[in-house]
Design a binder for this molecule. Structure first.
Ligand code: PLP
Length: 443
């Protein structure tokens, strides 16, 4: 029998004799190393303790005078949980909706085997914002992509009549769709694949942004290909924006070969790139999309698949499901995440503030062309890439930025992504850029 004793909240939360407020950043790190899996390498010497406002984190750093102690400092959040917090931290309207729901409406969790009224609200809101016929709720981004993948296969067999077990889904090199076995089966990143095989068959990759390669593959194997499943802008790869005519050309090819265009909008959706969904920037219409991250308003994990009727209708009772996909509280959060996207005009703010940030990036690049190689982005999904030299190290930039009070993170050795909340204000962008300028100058 365990004698485990848990008491208190916040800093007073105490697990047996360990009180959270007494732990230094180094002690937190030790606990994570001793008791947790090492699948992340968080920035050293910093522990976030709470948020101050929609774009400011309060973090604890070691005290200069006492190794056992810490000091609290403000950090501008330049990452907003990889675009999960587009609506800003603790968005008041979403928080109010959650509190109201739990205290007044009183329906947190029931299974999908009994109908609840909030599902209707979520389906109405999600079909309306995406303009798609039907929506299926899930929980994580990876699950939304994986369900998209499964639906494309079903459509391939049932509608396109691909012979049994011969269906191919095409992906792009450099993709990131999450960490499930299907997602890493499509990945070409050795770190996420190593010793996790054997992988899922029926996947082929083409170079991203290479229309000729896609054309060649579709001509060779189009009869067996159900979908081209891709990110409209590649996020984890370092914010790779394809040529303006790439997506319209892809769409034409997909139509010609009766192949679905399936887009992963988990990171690019919900206003991030200056449009509600990134595909809208390129004037194309995918057949099915997967959303996650900001679909939960920075409060709960909420994801969903939205698509054409003929694709979603391949689902039958028992063929798919998720305990927490669309449970009442998630449905409410999902509705309010959409409401704030619309009411706060987040896409428009991302466009305007994104331009402001890119102007700063370009000024820095022009001043230090020997250091900054390229700036990239749409809306507030932005990145700068440094030249491939040892001292131009993305991790070092992240650490130096942290010392200046900005949280941003490298994606590869020499690329740093900056993607703040879409509620960020003009002065905060200027402030962030000023600190970035200082860091780059001193590299
Ligand atoms: C494009 C894309 N798809 C899927 C995922 C996976 O989302 P999650 O981590 O919520 O499973 C991510 C996460 O970064 C992503 O960027």
């Amino acid at each position: 029998m365990s004698n485990l004793k848990i008491t208190g909240y916040g800093d007073d939360l105490t697990i047996d004799s360990v009180r959270l407020g007494d732990l230094s950043p180094a002690e937190h790190e030790n606990i994570e190393k001793e008791k947790g899996g090492q699948n992340y390498k968080p920035l050293e010497d910093v522990v976030v303790s709470h948020v101050k406002d929609s774009s400011t984190l309060i973090c604890r750093k070691p005290s200069d005078n006492d190794v056992e102690a810490y000091v609290e400092e403000e950090l501008i959040d330049g990452l907003c949980c990889y675009s999960a917090v587009n609506q800003g931290q603790l968005n008041q309207e979403i928080v109010d909706a959650v509190i109201h729901h739990l205290q007044k409406e009183k329906l947190p969790t029931v299974p999908r085997s009994i109908r609840h009224k909030y599902m209707s609200a979520f389906l109405l809101a999600a079909t309306s914002i995406t303009g798609m016929d039907k929506v299926v709720p899930k929980v994580s981004g990876a699950e939304s992509w994986e369900l998209t993948f499964k639906l494309c296969r079903r459509w391939g067999y049932q509608v396109k009549q691909i012979p049994k077990n011969e269906c191919i889904i095409v992906g792009a090199t450099g993709n990131f769709h999450g960490r499930t076995l299907a997602a890493v089966s499509m990945s070409d990143d050795p770190d996420s694949r190593g010793e996790f095989g054997p992988f899922l068959p029926g996947i082929e990759l083409v170079p991203y942004n290479d229309i000729d390669a896609l054309k060649k593959l579709f001509e060779a194997k189009g009869d067996k290909i159900a979908a081209y499943s891709v990110e409209p802008i590649q996020g984890e790869a370092g914010v790779i924006v394809p040529d303006d005519d790439y997506w319209p050309e892809v769409q034409k090819l997909c139509k010609k070969h009766n192949i679905l265009l399936a887009m992963d909008e988990v990171q690019t959706g919900f206003g991030r790139t200056g449009a509600n969904f990134a595909y809208q920037l390129f004037n194309v219409q995918p057949d099915i999309i997967g959303c996650g991250k900001a679909a939960g308003g920075g409060i709960l994990p909420v994801s969903f698949v939205a698509g054409k009727k003929e694709i979603i209708d391949t689902l039958t009772p028992g063929s798919e499901g998720s305990t927490f996909g669309g449970y009442p509280l998630a449905s409410v959060v999902g509705v309010y995440a959409i409401k704030t996207l619309v009411d706060l005009k987040l896409a428009e703010n991302a466009r305007v503030r994104g331009e402001q940030l890119m102007n700063h990036f370009n000024d820095i690049k022009n001043e230090f062309p020997d250091k900054i190689k390229e700036t990239r982005g749409k809306g507030l999904l932005t990145a700068f890439e440094m030249h491939d030299e040892k001292q131009l190290d993305g991790h070092k930039v992240s650490v130096e930025l942290l010392n200046q009070g900005v949280y941003a993170k490298e994606t590869h050795h020499s690329t740093v992504r900056v993607a703040p909340a879409l509620t960020i204000e003009s002065w905060q962008i200027d402030n962030m850029a000023e600190k970035l300028h200082k860091v780059i100058k001193e590299l």
